[in-house]
Ligand binder design. Structure first.
Ligand code: SAM
Length: 246
């Protein structure tokens, strides 16, 4: 069944009205009609079974048949502080890390970043990639996308258990680090920092450590930046029991 994240104000208690591009897509691309069902999400963690009542090119109306809490949201909340990357590599990070369950993204401007800051058009494209990946992977909530921040500011903002995968770390592996944190009852919050193609500068690693952000190794192989974020997030979710039925 098709899933769509909708603006909360499109949903009333028992009805939903969809307009614009999405209405057009539903009728003319997906060929949906009256009587078909879709799943609507308002980013609250609830999802709604909607029976379509009227389907026109510019407007679709439906009735809420049932609502349920999404089961697909991890209790472990990871914010990925990912350095800006060239080309479509940052988009790869957004798509794949949304699929596996990352809670949000903060694009970080590091000393060795080659990629420039995204303009509003690019940020809009990034938001669409997150939405499509969240709908495809049946997420119950949309990961947030923060506006780009400098590395220093990012380190100061980091909350929860903060780690920085760094190829220069030769002692502490990510597995040992994660296992040294027992899973508390409530949801666990992580901040994971991944550098740009040229890596973190020594000064950045030093400053991160001064903020209590722990460098960890992802192994002897040097991963591409877009690979490292996905691996670090996946290992963290696995270690905290999020890659299997909860
Ligand atoms: N300095 C690296 C080199 O020697 O080619 C380039 C940085 S790597 C392409 C990009 C980012 O991925 C790094 O800043 C780090 O965050 C992460 N990374 C890659 N391999 C890693 C590893 N084996 N252990 C920990 N982090 C790694």
């Amino acid at each position: 069944m098709h899933r769509f994240f909708l603006p909360a104000d499109w949903m009333a208690r028992s009805t939903v009205v969809i307009t614009g591009k999405l209405a057009h897509q539903m009728r003319n691309v997906l060929r949906l009609g009256a009587g078909d069902h879709i799943t609507a999400l308002d980013n609250s963690g609830w999802e709604y079974d909607i029976e379509l009542q009227k389907v026109d090119s510019g407007k679709v109306e439906g009735r809420v048949i049932n609502k349920s809490l999404s089961v697909a949201e991890p209790g472990t909340k990871i914010t990925l502080y990912q350095a800006l990357l060239k080309g479509s590599n940052f988009e790869f990070v957004l798509q794949k890390c949304t699929e596996i369950g990352v809670a949000g993204f903060v694009p970080v401007i590091c000393e060795r970043c080659v990629a420039g800051e995204p303009d509003s058009k690019r940020l809009g494209r990034w938001r669409s990639i997150i939405t499509e990946a969240a709908e495809q992977s049946r997420r119950g909530k949309l990961p947030f996308l923060h506006s780009p921040v400098g590395f220093i500011e990012a380190c100061k903002a980091a909350s929860g258990i903060a780690l920085l995968p760094w190829e220069g770390e030769k002692v502490r592996g990510i597995g040992d680090f994660l296992r040294s944190h027992t899973k508390p009852e409530n949801d666990t919050v992580f901040s994971i920092f991944v550098g740009p193609e040229g890596g973190f500068s020594p000064h950045e690693v030093e400053f991160a450590q001064s903020c209590g952000i722990v460098p960890v190794s992802l192994g002897h192989r040097i991963l591409r930046a877009e690979t490292a974020g996905l691996v670090a997030a996946a290992v963290t979710l696995y270690e905290f029991g999020e890659l299997g039925p909860r």
